[in-house]
Write a protein that binds this ligand. Structure first.
Ligand code: THU
Length: 160
C-alpha cells in the first residue's frame, strides 16, 4: 500500500488587493446575481467568465419547479460563451452569491458538475482557467479548475 496526497493552493485576497482586471470580473459576477431566477433556494449566484480575447460572458442560476432542471450560474455563463465564441478559450471565472440581500461572507464555491464542465474547456483549449471565488470582503484565487477537481476525469482515458 502506498499513500499519496494532493495539495491544493489557493490565495486569499482582500478585494482591494486584486489586480484591476480581476476586481472588475468579480464586480461583474456580483452584478450578475441580480439576474438570478431562484425562487426556490433564494440563493442568487452570479458568474463572469472572461475569454482570451477580453470578452466577458455573465450568467446566473436559473431554477425550475422541477428542481433538477435548473442550471447553475457558472454553466449558464460558460455555455453562453461556448455557443457564441467556440474558438476562444476562457481564461478566468469569477463567482459571487447573495442571500437575504447580502453577499455571502464566505466565498461561494462551484458544484462538482460546474467544475467538471469547466475542466472540459481546460482540456479542449489546453489553457488553465483562473478561478476567483468571491465573498463579501475577500476572494479566493485558484490557478485552474482542474486544481479544484483532483483526480479528475478529463477524457484522456477515452483516447485508447
Ligand atoms: N448554485 C450555483 O448557481 N452555483 C454554485 O456554485 C452553487 C449553487 C445554485 C444552484 C441553485 O440554484 C442554488 O444555487 C442553490 O443550490
Amino acid at each position: 500500500m502506498t499513500e499519496h496526497h494532493i495539495d491544493i493552493a489557493y490565495r486569499r485576497y482582500a478585494i482591494a488587493e486584486l489586480p484591476a482586471e480581476e476586481r472588475a470580473l468579480v464586480e461583474q459576477a456580483r452584478q450578475a446575481t441580480a439576474t438570478s431566477y431562484s425562487p426556490y433556494s433564494r440563493f442568487q449566484v452570479g458568474a463572469a467568465l472572461r475569454l482570451a480575447d477580453g470578452r466577458v460572458f455573465t450568467g446566473s442560476n436559473q431554477e425550475n419547479a422541477a428542481y433538477p432542471t435548473g442550471m447553475c450560474a457558472e454553466r449558464t455563463a460558460f455555455f453562453a460563451a461556448q455557443a457564441t465564441a467556440p474558438d476562444v478559450p476562457p481564461v478566468a471565472i469569477a463567482i459571487a452569491a447573495q442571500t437575504a440581500g447580502r453577499f455571502t461572507p464566505r466565498p461561494v464555491t462551484p458544484c462538482g458538475q460546474c467544475r467538471q464542465a469547466l475542466l472540459e474547456a481546460e482540456t479542449r483549449y489546453r489553457r488553465p482557467i483562473r478561478v476567483l471565488l468571491a465573498g463579501a470582503d475577500d476572494v479566493y484565487a485558484i490557478s485552474s479548475m482542474g486544481a479544484l477537481l483532483p483526480l479528475n476525469f478529463d477524457g484522456s482515458e477515452l483516447e485508447r
